[in-house]
Structure formats: C-alpha cells, structure tokens
Design a protein. Structure first.
Length: 394
C-alpha cells in the first residue's frame, strides 16, 4: 500500500475570547460549526458532500460540547447529513490530534477530503455533580468545576502526579533554574509579537470573526503591558513562586479548523495548498513534568521527517506557561529561539484547550505559505504528561 501525501488547503480560526468575555455567550458546538462553515465557504469549488469525515478535538466534553461535538458542528454548519464527524480528546493536544488522525486517514486511503479542528469554551464549562454512592444521601454534595485541570481524581494516583498545572510549571522552572524575570520577559515578548502581527494584518487571512459578536481580535492581548506591570503580579501557586497570571496562558474560548486533502482532493478544490504534512510524533513523560512533554516529541518528529533544528524556518510552541516553554527551549540548544512564535503565542493569544493544537498547526501552515517555502514545526505540552508535534513543509 502506498502512502499518500496530505496537504493543508486552508486553515481558519475564531478570534480567541477571554474567560467570561465576548465569546462566552456562544455555545461550543456553535463555535465549531462557525469555523467548519467558514472553511467550506472559502473553497467554493469543493462540493461539501465530498468531505469524507470531520475530526474535532475537545478537551472537556462535559457540557454543551457533549454528544460528539464534531458531528454537531457538521449538522449546525449546514453540511450534508451524509458527512460524519468524530470527536477526539488528548487534552491540550486535542486539536492537533484531530489533524493527525485526519491526515492518517487520508495518507492510507481511507479518505480523500477531511476537515480537522478543535473547540473549547472554558467560560461555559459546567460544574458537575457525581452520583452518590448510595441513594438519598442526607448530607451536602460537592460540585466540581470542569474548566481546567484535575477533578474527581482517582485516589490510586500518586500525589506527585496530580499536582495543579501551575505547580507543574513551577517544577519545570526549578529544574531549569528559570527565574521570574525571565518568565515575565518571555510573556511580554508574546504580547508584543501578537499585537504587532495584528497591527500588520498578518491574521487577516486566517481569523473569521463570529457573526453577531463584537470581537475582531484576540481578546487577551495586552498592547500596553510592561515589565513593571508584570512584576507587580503575585505568584499564583507558591507563596515564593515564579508563575503568575501574567506569565501563564489565560482561560479562553475559541475554535479552529483546517481542510486536509490528498492529490485528488486538491484538484477538486482548485486551490494551491498552504503546506504539506510531513510527520507527527507523540510521547509521554512524568505527569507532573507535563510541560516538558514536547521535548522528546519534537526530537522524534524531526527524526521521522529527516530534518534537524537547522532546517526549520518557523516554529509554533504552545505557551501554556512561560516556564514550560522556556524549559523546552533550554533542552533544544540547537533551535534558534527567534523562530518561535513569531506572531505571538498562547500567553497573549489564548489557550482554548481543545482548539489550540489546530490553531498552531494552522498558524504554521499560513506562515509557510506567506514565506513561499520552508519547514515548520508545531508542538504542545499536554496535561497528565504528554507531548505532541507535527512537521509541515512547503
């Protein structure tokens, strides 16, 4: 069996909303439907019935995104009912996992045209109530927030594995001696790069605002933040810690989607592809050191692609925390940090969990198309200790 080339024809995303912000009134299935609908409309030569499957990442799935949000997006977007949909969950890597699974189906001939993406509404993530161990309990019952992180933890899990995500970032900072000032400087650079990219119109061909919502730009970007403003913020997880709300990604709402095709599908679109998917890799690490998950995943994906750090022309590394991103960069001494997140990262843009992997994959594809050629890398850390990476080429 021959392996087919897989091309990214287009990639779109919503502006990323802040927690309780402009997109908090929009259901996650509607956010997903919006990017699917927008993606299809941008390729009018392609018959929507030709889409073989829709893959969507979703990290929560406990609220309005239940019941297979990918299939809900297909129906709400007005695609033919013959188009199926499947939802995948690899936590923060879910959107990229959706891209990988769609690409794998195309590569082996199970599909010719697929849509892959991700969605998350952290604002609308519900509280959940466990069923009691016995009927008619007399005492109070506990609600659990599903917005972020561990909940209803299995007591058999070792305590060191189930620390809060921010404490995991502190552990990475300890491991690599990454101080508060370095983390704040990284966060400041993220905001400045994102603000500059928007001002220069670099997101104009990628971002599709949600109809009826007054949000044209990522909502968490702080154009006027400064080292002094960041320095005033208190540590969030340790009294004497270095991780703050200013050098961590915020809680967010948003969606992203990509159109993937083989050679036959490419001809049907009548478009020039943004990029080609070259290789993917996933690895696991100790859960509390989840922030370093991308380290080995990136090494493996570059090896699979037959490429090295010197071959890269752009890199998107999801910024869950400045400490986490800096910890990864410390373990890749051959990577030029100037290539990383040239249009800003998740600290400024936002991190809607299930959507982020699709967002950064689309970002790499658009950057390669703008350059005309090159090799791009997208990578994320994943809660509970995993790393995921993709190599794209043009």
């Amino acid at each position: 069996m021959s392996i087919r080339d897989v091309y990214i024809v287009d990639a779109v995303r919503t502006p990323i909303g802040k927690f309780g912000g402009a997109l908090s009134s929009v259901r996650p299935d509607d956010l997903a439907a919006h990017v699917v609908r927008s993606l299809v409309r941008r390729t009018p030569d392609l018959d929507p019935a030709r889409v073989d499957d829709v893959y969507f990442g979703d990290a929560n799935g406990a609220g309005e995104d239940n019941r297979d949000v990918a299939r809900m997006a297909v129906l709400l977007a007005g695609l033919p009912t013959s188009v199926p949909g499947v939802t995948v969950n690899r936590l923060c890597g879910s959107g990229m996992e959706a891209v990988i699974q769609a690409a794998r189906a195309i590569a082996v001939g199970d599909a010719s045209v697929a849509i892959a993406g991700g969605v998350e509404s952290m604002s609308r993530a519900p509280w959940v109530l466990q069923k009691p161990e016995r009927a008619f309990p007399a005492g109070h019952q506990q609600l659990h927030s599903t917005t972020l992180g561990w909940r209803m933890t299995n007591p058999r899990m070792p305590a060191e594995w189930t620390v809060p995500l921010g404490e995991g970032a502190e552990l990475v900072a300890d491991k690599h001696a990454i101080g508060r000032e370095e983390q704040d400087a990284f966060a400041l650079a993220s905001h400045r790069k994102a603000a500059a990219a928007w001002a220069e119109g670099l997101y104009d061909g990628e971002v599709v605002p949600y109809d009826g919502v007054e949000l044209l730009r990522d909502e968490c970007i702080r154009d006027t933040t400064s080292p002094e403003a960041l320095a005033k913020l208190k540590p969030s997880f340790r009294p004497d810690g270095t991780v703050t709300a200013g050098n961590a990604s915020p809680l967010n709402d948003g969606a992203a989607a990509l159109l993937l095709v083989d050679e036959d599908g490419l001809r049907e679109t009548g478009r020039e592809p943004l990029a080609r998917i070259r290789a993917s890799a996933v690895t696991g690490v100790e859960p509390q050191l989840f922030g370093l998950g991308p380290v080995e995943a990136v090494r493996r994906v570059l090896d699979k692609a037959g490429r090295g750090f010197a071959d890269l022309t752009t890199v998107e590394l999801n910024e869950a925390f400045a400490a986490q991103a800096l910890g990864c960069l410390a373990e890749w001494p051959d990577l030029d940090p100037a290539l990383v997140n040239p249009r800003g990262g998740a600290i400024a843009i936002g991190h809607p969990l299930g959507a982020s992997g699709a967002r950064i994959t689309g970002a790499v594809a658009h950057q390669l198309a703008a350059a005309g050629s090159g090799t791009g890398l997208a990578a994320l850390c994943i809660g509970v200790g995993q790393g995921l990476a993709l190599v794209l080429e043009r």
